[in-house]
Ligand binder design. Structure first.
Ligand code: PT1
Length: 285
C-alpha cells in the first residue's frame, strides 16, 4: 500500500477522528490499585474528573482499561473487568464529547463496552482470545491490533527474536488479514508494535527506528511508551520521573510521522504536556 491510502480520518461510532496531527489518547486505568477504595460511585466520579481533565488538555481519545497489562500483571475475570469498566464508559459517554476506547482482550467486554458507548476497541492481544475477532466485528467499531510476545505475567523473561521488526510486521500483517476476512474494513484498522510487550530495550529501539516500515503497511500507527520501562532504562529514572523522557519519545514519533506523512495515535498519561510537544514538533517539521 502507498502513502496516500493511509486514512486521513477514522469513524469511531458517532465521532470522527482526524489525523491532521498525531492524535493523543489519554490513559484512564480503572483497576483497583489506581483508586482509593471509596466505593463504586466515588470511583466513577473520580474517573470522570480525570477524563474531563484529559479532554480539556487536548486528548481526542480516552482509553479505559480494567485489566493491567504491564509486565508481571495477572489477568482478571470477565465479570470483574465488566464491573470495573462498563459504569465508567456509560458515565463518560453521557458526560463527555470524546472518543472512548476500551482497552480489553475479552470478547464479552468488547460487546458490552460498545453498548455502553465505546467508539474504539484497543486489544493488546490483537483479537486472539476466544470469540474476540467475531465480537469486535459485530460491534462495527474500529480496532487497534497490537503485537505482544507471550503474556503480561511472563513476557519480560528473556524475550528473543531472529528479527524483531520482521516478526512484528509479519504478525500484524497476518492479524490484519484475519480481520479483513472476518468483515472488519481496512479503514477501521490501527496497528501497534507493542512497546514493552515481550521486548528488551534493544528490541524496542529497533522497532522505533523502523516505525516507517510499519507505517508502510498502510494503517494508522499507535505508539504506547509513556512512562514505560524502556524510558527508565534509557534515563535511569523511576516511573514517576519519566515525563521528560516520555515527551522526547512522543516528539520523535510526531516528527517521524510528519516526515513519513503517516497517521499516528500516541497513548500517554500526561496529556497536556504531550499535546504541546506534538504541536511544536509538528509546526517545526
Ligand atoms: C500499548 C499499551 C496498551 N500499553 C496499546 N495498548 C499498555 N494499544 C496498555 C513497561 O515496560 O503500548 N499499546 N495498553 C500498558 N502496558 C505496559 C507494558 C505498561 C509495558 C508498562 C510497560 O513498563
Amino acid at each position: 500500500m502507498t502513502t496516500d491510502t493511509i486514512p486521513k480520518s477514522i469513524q469511531c461510532a458517532e465521532r470522527q477522528l482526524r489525523f491532521d496531527l498525531p492524535v493523543v489518547m489519554g490513559i484512564l486505568n480503572v483497576t483497583p490499585d489506581s483508586f482509593s477504595d471509596g466505593g463504586l460511585f466515588s470511583n466513577i466520579e473520580s474517573a470522570l474528573r480525570q477524563a474531563e481533565k484529559m479532554v480539556s488538555d487536548g486528548a481526542m481519545i480516552i482509553d479505559v482499561g480494567g485489566e493491567s497489562t504491564r509486565p508481571g500483571a495477572k489477568s482478571v475475570s470477565n465479570s470483574e473487568e465488566l464491573d470495573r469498566v462498563i459504569p465508567v464508559i456509560e458515565k463518560l459517554h453521557q458526560e463527555l464529547d470524546v472518543v472512548i476506547s476500551i482497552d480489553t482482550s475479552k470478547a464479552m467486554v468488547m460487546t458490552e463496552a460498545a453498548r455502553a458507548g465505546a467508539g474504539l476497541i484497543n486489544d493488546v492481544m490483537a483479537l486472539q482470545q476466544r470469540g474476540a475477532l467475531r465480537a469486535a466485528q459485530k460491534t462495527g467499531l474500529p480496532v487497534c491490533l497490537m503485537h505482544m510476545k507471550g503474556k503480561p505475567r511472563t513476557m519480560q523473561t528473556k524475550p528473543e527474536y531472529d528479527d524483531v521488526v520482521t516478526e512484528v510486521k509479519d504478525f500484524l500483517t497476518h492479524k490484519v488479514e484475519q480481520c479483513l476476512k472476518q468483515g472488519i474494513r481496512k479503514e477501521q484498522i490501527i496497528i501497534d508494535p507493542g512497546f514493552g510487550f515481550g521486548k528488551t530495550l534493544a528490541h524496542n529501539v529497533s522497532l522505533f527506528k523502523h516505525l516507517g516500515e510499519l507505517k508502510a503497511l498502510g494503517f494508522p500507527v499507535l505508539v504506547g511508551a509513556s512512562r514505560k520501562t524502556m524510558i527508565g532504562q534509557i534515563t535511569g529514572r523511576e516511573v514517576q520521573e519519566r515525563l521528560a523522557g516520555s515527551l522526547a519519545l512522543a516528539t520523535m514519533v510526531a516528527l517521524k510521522m510528519a516526515s513519513l506523512k503517516g497517521a499516528s495515535i500516541i497513548r500517554v498519561h500526561d496529556v497536556a504536556e504531550t499535546v504541546d510537544a506534538i504541536k511544536v514538533a509538528h509546526a517545526l517539521s
